[in-house]
Design a protein around this ligand. Structure first.
Ligand code: PLP
Length: 388
């Protein structure tokens, strides 16, 4: 059967082959240490599961409004106030089937065919493909390790001058895959460039509470101007261990949210009703859970960095948030795909090759893994390193 031109432009996920292999080996009972996971290893908290079960028992299993329950939107607004210092009305909130779905709908809503969309590199795997599906053109802007993997305002401005078609900037911090976070000063500098060139901004802050030092600063909260030009993306997947429940949200300009809601109403309709009730519980009662989770991952990040410190060739960037460490592997003389394949074949340790994020000298090591797995995985890696 013939494929549409639209889908032909989309690349298959480069991480798929390696993650499928990790799962296959695990299923066969091989002693695989999986540092590939893009989700918390902690289970969904009990109080959240209970709210989901109660929704079923109370017969709350039918359609809701396509863009989400008003009670959930209220809980989303309260969380935006509490965590991000942002005030939104219910009409500025879209609840979707995961943050990925919110992002997809927003990109479809604000990107026209031919529009350039600025993307700091390394980037999360799905952004380029979502941009291409909307007919847009990803415009890559390199960030530097020395600069904490943060977008430099002069590079941003140069990319805009070189690509007059750009209309949108996508920011993501704490960043998947680097664990980078931004200082307020740097965000203000970026905001000035966005204002000068009248860019819309999509700020994906799904790891906001997993910031290790200081408080997360939302781009939209910087000024009246950034509030108006930013659509903020968030969700319950990472902060409340709810990846499988599929609830994410977007907040911002009322017209954009309304239009994105129209797209959603003709595709998925409402996100799963039961999950929406569980998400209300997570957002309303998850404050202690957020800090518990942050403490767990800070400890694991420290353990990982201690162990990497004893290695010769692996050179990690110290994560400032998320549950990922980005590790430079140029000392091994392999590209990231060969590195990840060999490591999985030879010592059964699974990592994600950086080529998937536009950074072929790096691999992403997820520490959403138990302490024992971190110790064992890094021990194997250290011994393996001796052969290089
Ligand atoms: C930066 C970033 N944005 C969005 C998502 C998607 O989250 P969700 O599971 O809510 O669709 C992920 C998940 O890996 C992510 O890392």
């Amino acid at each position: 059967m013939r494929l549409s031109n639209r889908v032909k432009a989309v690349s298959p996920s480069m991480t798929l082959a390696i993650t499928a292999k990790i799962k296959e080996l695990k299923a066969k009972g091989e002693p695989v240490i999986n540092f590939g996971a893009g989700e918390p290893d902690l289970p969904t908290p009990d109080f959240v599961c209970k709210a989901g079960k109660e929704a079923i028992d109370r017969g709350l299993t039918r359609y809701t409004p396509a863009t989400g329950l008003p009670q959930l939107k209220e809980a989303v607004c309260r969380r935006f106030e509490r965590v991000n210092g942002l005030s939104y009305r219910l009409s500025q909130i879209l609840v979707s089937c995961g943050a990925k779905h919110s992002l997809y709908n927003i990109i479809q809503t604000i990107v026209n065919p031919g529009d350039g969309v600025l993307l700091p590199v390394p980037y999360w795997v799905s952004y380029p493909e979502m941009i291409k599906l909307a007919g847009g053109k990803p415009v890559y802007v390199e960030t530097r390790e020395e600069d904490g993997f943060c977008l430099a305002p002069d590079r941003l401005e140069q990319a805009i001058k070189d690509n007059p078609s750009v209309r949108v900037l996508i920011l993501n911090y704490p960043s998947n895959p680097t664990g980078a976070v931004y200082s307020k000063d740097r965000l203000i500098e970026i905001a000035d460039v966005c204002k000068k060139y009248d860019l819309a901004v999509i700020s994906d802050e799904i790891y906001d509470v997993l910031t290790y030092q200081g408080k997360h600063i939302s781009f939209a909260s910087l000024s009246e101007d950034t509030y108006k030009r930013t659509i903020t993306i968030n969700g319950v997947s990472k902060a409340y261990s709810m990846t499988g429940w599929r609830i994410g949200f977007a907040a911002g300009d009322e017209d954009v949210i309304k239009a994105a809601g129209s797209i959603q109403s003709h595709s998925t309709s409402n996100p799963t009703t039961i999950s929406q009730y569980a998400a209300i519980a997570a957002l309303n009662d998850g404050v202690d859970w957020e800090s518990y989770m942050r403490d767990v991952y800070v400890k694991r990040a420290n353990l990982l960095m201690d162990m990497f410190g004893r290695m010769r060739l692996a050179r990690p960037f110290r994560p400032r948030g998320t549950f990922y460490a980005f590790v430079n592997i140029s000392g091994y003389g392999l590209d990231s795909m060969s590195f990840a394949s060999r490591m999985l074949d030879e010592i059964k340790v699974g990592v994600i090759p950086g080529v998937a994020f536009g950074a072929d000298e790096w691999v992403r090591v997820s520490f959403a893994a138990s302490k024992d797995d971190i110790v064992e995985g890094l021990k194997r890696w250290q011994e393996w390193e001796a052969g290089f």
